[in-house]
Design a protein around this ligand. Structure first.
Ligand code: COI
Length: 340
């Protein structure tokens, strides 16, 4: 059995080689390049493919794999919004993802963004760099006693809710079209998204990007929020309309934002521009230059534990698929994914 692995980063090489040594019946080859219509040629002669989302997958790349007789594709991440499901269905692909690799990685990161925003860390960092060690006027706000609204309560959202409630003593409220039975006893669910938007001081997003949720946080949603609320997005950039966020920050309706993902992150994250001014995106620059906005380049997932689990789980799943075993982690490509 032969598996070709695309987009292998330096930090993935060790777990991938370890997996290969533990699975001598599988022969693997890999590239640092992501799967594109050009690099797809590398997979000729292989039985299956393992990849990771960094940019949208092109129809041409999938067609090439199909023409090489490949129909099994395992991604090493949770989100599947990089695929057009029609392409996958047209070329009869079975797609698997890694629905759970380390919910704590993302939930902890989201909680740090909340803490760094409320204690005005970017402003203190700037003062510090200039040798200014005065407290005033950079006074902070405590999370304790604040109402934290969690949108999406799957694996990640539920860990985040617990951190906020039991770790920081916040009042947590949550909204989910499909409430998580494990959280029902906490009594945190509200009945509608509007209710959450109206009540929360801090709103954190933990949902996948389904087509109907594109720009879930737009100007209308922001108008329903409390004056001076905070937005945290460690889920998918497309959930928040960056222009509406900029307008909300300008008006003061939004007091700050912690963003690990952005609706225009493709072509920006994973690149080195040398300076913020060189980034070819005005909305990005506008957000990045604010003291009350913290941007991290889609790094919430990026821990040793998560990376190890992503590689192992995806490779195990691809091997099982190719062995004809009925495997977990199969993405329902008839409907948009409900995985986070
Ligand atoms: C995911 O798991 O979907 C992520 O957002 C992480 C990344 C490697 C794409």
């Amino acid at each position: 059995m032969k598996i070709y692995v695309f987009g292998v980063r330096g930090d993935e090489e060790a777990p991938l080689k370890k997996w290969a040594s533990e699975n001598p019946d599988v022969s693997i080859d890999y590239t640092t390049d992501i799967l594109t219509s050009e690099t797809a040629d590398n997979a000729k002669g292989f039985d299956g493919v393992c990849s990771v989302q960094r940019e949208p997958y092109s129809r041409e790349a999938l067609k090439k794999l199909h023409d090489f007789g490949i129909s099994k594709l395992s991604v090493r991440n949770v989100g599947t919004d990089g695929f057009d499901y029609k392409d996958l269905n047209d070329f009869s692909f079975t797609l698997t993802n890694v629905p759970v690799y380390s919910p704590n990685a993302i939930a902890e990161h989201a909680s740090f963004l909340v803490g760094r925003l409320l204690r005005r860390v970017p402003e203190f960092d700037k003062k510090f760099e200039n040798g200014n060690f005065k407290w005033a006027p950079t006074i902070g706000t405590e999370i304790s006693g604040k109402t934290v609204g969690v949108i999406g309560t799957g694996h990640i959202g539920s860990v985040f809710a617990r951190i906020m409630q039991f770790g920081y003593g916040a009042k947590v409220i949550a909204y989910d079209i499909d409430p998580n039975p494990a959280l029902e006893n906490l009594g945190i669910y509200v009945d509608s998204l509007d209710e959450l938007l109206e009540q929360a001081d801090i709103i954190s997003l933990h949902t996948p990007l389904e087509p109907q949720d594109y720009h879930m946080i737009d100007a209308d949603a922001i108008s329903k929020m409390k004056q001076g609320s905070y937005i945290i997005n460690c889920a998918r950039g497309g959930l928040v309309d960056s222009q509406a966020l900029i307008d909300g920050l300008d008006s003061g309706k939004i007091a700050g934002a912690g963003l690990d993902v952005l609706d225009n992150e493709n072509g920006i994250f994973q690149k080195d521009f040398g300076s913020i001014d060189a980034v070819p995106n005005e909305k990005f620059k506008n957000l990045a230059k604010r003291d009350n906005v913290i941007i991290t380049p889609h790094t919430a997932f990026y821990t040793k534990k998560a990376v190890h689990n992503m590689v192992y789980e995806a490779m195990d799943t691809q091997k099982a698929l190719l062995s004809g075993e009925i495997t977990k982690n199969i993405v329902d490509t008839k409907e948009f994914a409900k995985t986070v």
